[in-house]
Design a protein around this ligand. Structure first.
Ligand code: NAD
Length: 249
């Protein structure tokens, strides 16, 4: 039986953990050959091809993207997932922290997309999926820098979708709510009472629980797949209803 991604090569940044790993496995299980570009690819699932790189460094990205394309025979799909958390108000994050986070969360996606574009242009099913966040839509407390970085990802998605529609490259975003990943665990450690904060996060979802990485991966797979061939320049929220529902509890 043929699968949705048979014959296609996907590159997933930050694919060694959390949402990226779940997305890489979802694409692989549906037939894709998957390259994972991450800071550390030691111990990576044997079904995935690891390429060690730092998305905040252009030379590192260019080398890893070329190596992946040459080894795996091109690139059809890019999942720009690598990203880091940032907690704080504008008074609490200094210039160095702003530069560090924007370099990874925003410029990293532009760098990887640019490096992959020559191969994407040659693909019959080219798609980019950017990991955004509902922090781009809602004013979450203590997320000035993180929210700004994800707002920029949304704008980048729309601009890239426009620029590359004539190249046959679709560009969409997935905006998760709070997902139970190592990223969230590290963020919780930044609060005085992580246990209380975790319970509050669950309670804040209209569904009463955090989103799972596999639920986000399902949306990534849909937007990467030929099944969404007429969808470009959109952001799909996978957020347990946080962005738009107002549920009485
Ligand atoms: P995670 O921390 O579990 O995994 C992130 C991965 O990215 C790690 O493997 C890490 O090594 C890699 N990475 C970090 N910096 C990198 C760099 N400079 N170069 C290469 N790789 C790098 O995170 P996660 O929760 O799975 O989040 C993944 C994405 O989803 C991020 O963009 C995040 O902003 C977004 N997101 C997460 C949530 C959530 O609640 N977890 C919600 C909304 C959006």
């Amino acid at each position: 039986m043929s699968a949705e991604f048979d014959g296609l090569v996907a590159l997933v940044t930050g694919g060694a953990s959390g949402i990226g790993l779940a997305s890489a496995l979802a694409l692989e299980e549906r037939g894709a050959t998957v390259a994972v570009l991450d800071l550390n690819t030691e111990g990576l699932d044997a079904r995935l091809h690891g390429f060690t790189a730092d998305v905040s460094d252009r030379a590192s990205v260019d080398a890893a993207v070329s190596a992946a394309a040459e080894k795996l025979g091109g690139i059809d799909i890019v999942v720009n997932n690598a990203g880091i958390s940032a907690v704080g108000t504008v008074e609490e994050n200094d210039d160095a922290e702003w530069a560090r986070v924007l370099n990874i969360n925003v410029i990293g996606m532009a760098r990887v997309s640019a490096a992959a574009m020559p191969w994407l242009r040659q693909s019959e099913h080219a798609a980019i999926v950017n990991l955004c966040s509902i922090a781009a839509l809602n004013g979450l407390p203590q997320r000035a820098l993180y929210g700004a970085s994800k707002g920029a990802v949304l704008a980048l998605t729309y601009a890239m979708a426009t620029d590359h529609v004539a190249d046959g490259v679709r560009v969409n975003a997935v905006s998760p709510g709070t997902v139970s990943t190592p990223f969230v665990e590290r963020m919780l450690q930044g609060f005085d009472d992580p246990v209380k904060e975790r319970a509050a996060l669950d309670a804040r979802q209209a569904t009463g629980r955090m989103v799972t990485p596999e639920e986000v991966a399902g949306a990534v797979a849909y937007l990467a797949s030929p099944l969404s061939g007429s969808t470009t320049g959109t952001a799909l929220e996978v957020d347990g209803g946080v962005a738009h529902l107002r549920v009485r509890k």
